[in-house]
Design a protein around this ligand. Structure first.
Ligand SMILES: [Zn+2]
Length: 184
């Protein structure tokens, strides 16, 4: 028997998977070969040591807790991304709607005096519409992250966004009609 084969048989013996016929020839080799004898002895002692060591098993809900933490982190990442888009969008939208109105030389007032500036207003409105679509995507991302597959929060966010847009729109129209009243 070669030493390599003996080493494999020693491993099998430790796993209690060694056939009796192989046990015989392994014993013969171990009797003749000092190196294999020493190796078999060391492995047997190590096996005994490991079998006596207390077994540590994870807490029953360990895997569940780890997975829950991973899901929570993913959800918060989605919320964070959606929130950043939402806030940026709100800032841009506020700038588009309120800053021109706050200025005395506002484009809205100018449009009413000079029809050639209608295109400016149309461009602003198109930009607002694009932005609203982006914001709705972001709001949906936030909503989905919060409530998973059900869309209650998404719906609530959408309604809040619609209310905000309506307020902005009312303010825009109010200023415009006031400007019309002044000029006529
Ligand atoms: Zn040997």
């Amino acid at each position: 028997m070669q030493c390599r084969e003996a080493s494999e048989l020693v491993s099998l013996r430790l796993d209690v998977a060694l056939p009796p016929t192989a046990e015989q020839s392994l014993q013969e080799h171990l009797g003749e070969c000092q190196g294999c004898h020493w190796e078999a002895d060391a492995l047997a002692r190590l096996d005994l040591l490991l079998s006596e060591a207390p077994r540590v098993s994870p807490a029953p809900q360990f895997a569940g807790r780890v997975m829950a933490r991973i899901h929570r982190r993913r959800r918060w990442m989605a919320v964070w991304r959606g929130g950043v888009v939402l806030v940026l969008g709100m800032i841009i939208m506020a700038a588009l709607c309120l800053v021109p109105l706050a200025h005395p030389a506002s484009p809205v007032a100018d449009v009413l005096n000079s029809p050639s500036l209608v295109s400016t207003l149309v461009g602003v409105l198109v930009r607002i519409a694009n932005l609203a679509a982006t914001l709705m995507g972001a709001a949906r991302l936030v909503g989905e992250a919060f409530v998973g597959s059900s869309g209650h929060l998404f719906l609530a966010g959408l309604m809040a966004l619609a209310a905000g847009l309506a307020l902005i729109w009312l303010r825009l129209v109010g200023r415009a009609s006031m400007a019309v009243g002044k000029t006529s």
